[in-house]
Write a protein that binds this ligand. Structure first.
Ligand SMILES: Nc1ncnc2c1ncn2[C@@H]1O[C@H](COP(=O)(O)OP(=O)(O)OP(=O)(O)O)[C@@H](O)[C@H]1O
Ligand SMILES: O=C(O)C1=C[C@@H](O)[C@@H](O)[C@H](O)C1
Ligand SMILES: [Mg+2]
Length: 198
């Protein structure tokens, strides 16, 4: 009896990793979209290091995001966020999950455009609300009506997130499904970009 030899078929993660090359993959989107959860999972499948900019900011400042907002205000927080993201993108490739406001800041957005492929996790209000209302550590949502605040942020920010290279709809399905859609969309995006340059 002869052994059956199976050809080495690359996994979805391996194909997406090859497509990404030396670029970083940068998750953008509103609070609760799944940037941290999906970002970490995708990084595992790509075999790349993962970093969450909110966590990195808290590490370098030795303060929580809420403490930073309270002590220095949002503008100072944004300046720190820009510096941290610039440094992280320089030493990639890696998967970077950004804080919800990072891509809205023009300076940070330009850095992301230069340093990698941006991916917007686009979720509707009910999905976001269902996920964020369980915890109260997000300073921008400490308002009288946080759901309305979230809705206002969507109105303002969605046209800017839409500038990202890739969009994936983040919805109420298993995280693995979203992660696989992310990997497939990287392969698709890079193939289209390459054929445009032919
Ligand atoms: N597809 C999914 N199904 C179920 N739960 C999910 C899914 N995606 C994310 N979540 C959960 O929703 C919550 C918010 O997700 P996550 O913290 O990744 O969002 P985020 O975009 O990083 O938000 P922030 O900008 O506030 O950091 C987490 O508890 C996460 O596990
Ligand atoms: O949407 C935002 O502007 C923010 C989202 C969080 O990830 C944190 O970066 C911070 O709370 C600000
Ligand atoms: Mg996060």
């Amino acid at each position: 009896m002869t052994d059956t030899i199976f050809p080495d078929v690359p996994t979805l993660g391996e194909r997406a990793r090859a497509a990404l090359g030396r670029r970083n993959l940068v998750f953008v989107g509103l609070m609760g979209a799944g940037k941290s959860a999906i970002g970490r999972m995708v990084a595992g499948q790509l075999g790349l290091p993962f970093v969450d900019t909110d966590v990195e900011i808290e590490r370098v400042s030795r303060m929580t995001i809420s403490e930073l907002f309270a002590a220095y205000g949002e503008d100072e927080f944004r300046a720190l966020e820009t510096r941290v993201i610039k440094r992280l993108l320089k030493s990639g490739p890696r998967v970077v999950s950004t804080g919800g406001g990072a891509f809205i800041n023009e300076k940070t957005r330009r850095q992301i455009e230069k340093g990698g492929i941006s991916l917007w996790l686009n979720a509707d209000l009910d999905v976001l609300w269902e996920r964020v209302n369980k915890r109260d550590h997000r300073p921008l949502l400490k308002t009288e009506n946080p759901k309305k605040t979230l809705e206002d942020l969507m109105q303002k920010r969605y046209p800017v997130y839409a500038l990202a290279d890739i969009s994936v709809v983040s919805r109420d399905v298993r995280k693995e499904i979203i992660a696989n859609e992310v990997l497939a969309s990287i392969i698709d995006y890079t193939a289209k970009a390459a054929s445009k340059n032919d």
